[in-house]
Design a binder for this molecule. Structure first.
Ligand code: MN
Length: 220
């Protein structure tokens, strides 16, 4: 296995992820009314669990048996990439919500958002529009390059900006399973609900980790 983006592994401790079903960082009812208990039960305990189990099944007795999710994502393709990336994407997605979130970006991320998109409100509008225009299943990401430059990235299926050498900051899951129980076909309602529970403390920290690593590198 060749890992082209070694830097990725230096950037965030969280990018050395074991392949296991991580528990949610809040209770199943804690995101109501924005995400229902039933949606979380299905999304985490059924969909995510299935991706975890399938990934473990695919790597058993292969060269990937002891690999991290990131190592798999940066070198595998097909079913293995799809399942491993879905595990990573969902862990990242579930970790960004909180019952009592910090409702807006602050600090360096707030400045970068104003500079790249005009305002936090404009960023929300742009990401929501991307989520609505993505055909079929996929993910819309706010991502940063190694220098802190922000970008909105739409990816079909299990796609993730890591494979483009970008660092994910925020994820919107636009697979129907993310919103169909609560909103049926109304993807716009499912996406709009997320903005109430995204904890920008967590997104700010993700951005700071990238910038701090960049600073650290420049000192070497
Ligand atoms: Mn999902």
């Amino acid at each position: 296995m060749i890992f082209t983006t070694i830097k990725l592994f230096l950037i965030m401790a969280t990018t050395m992820s074991k392949i296991e079903l991580k528990p949610l960082p809040y209770g199943y009812k804690d995101l109501e009314p924005y995400i229902s208990e039933q949606t979380l039960i299905y999304h985490h305990d059924k969909h995510l669990a299935a991706y975890v189990n399938k990934t473990l099944e695919l790597i058993a007795d292969t060269a990937y048996a002891d690999a991290t999710l990131e190592q798999i994502m940066l070198s595998a393709d097909g079913a293995l990439f799809n399942n491993a990336a879905q595990v990573w994407n969902h862990n990242f997605y579930f970790e960004q919500f909180a019952p009592k979130p910090q409702t807006k970006p602050e600090g360096r991320l707030a400045e970068a958002i104003d500079s790249a998109f005009g305002s936090y409100r404009k960023l929300r509008e742009r990401m929501t529009a991307e989520a609505l225009s993505l055909f079929g299943s996929g993910w819309v990401w706010l991502a940063s390059d190694a220098h802190g430059k922000l970008k909105i990235v739409s990816k079909p299926n299990a796609g993730n900006p890591l494979t483009d050498g970008l660092y994910p900051l925020l994820a919107i899951d636009v697979w129907e399973h993310a919103y169909y129980i609560d909103h049926r076909n109304a993807r716009v309602e499912g996406v709009n609900a997320l903005w109430h529970i995204i904890d920008w403390r967590i997104v700010d920290a993700r951005y700071d980790a990238i910038l701090n690593e960049q600073h650290h590198d420049s000192l070497k």
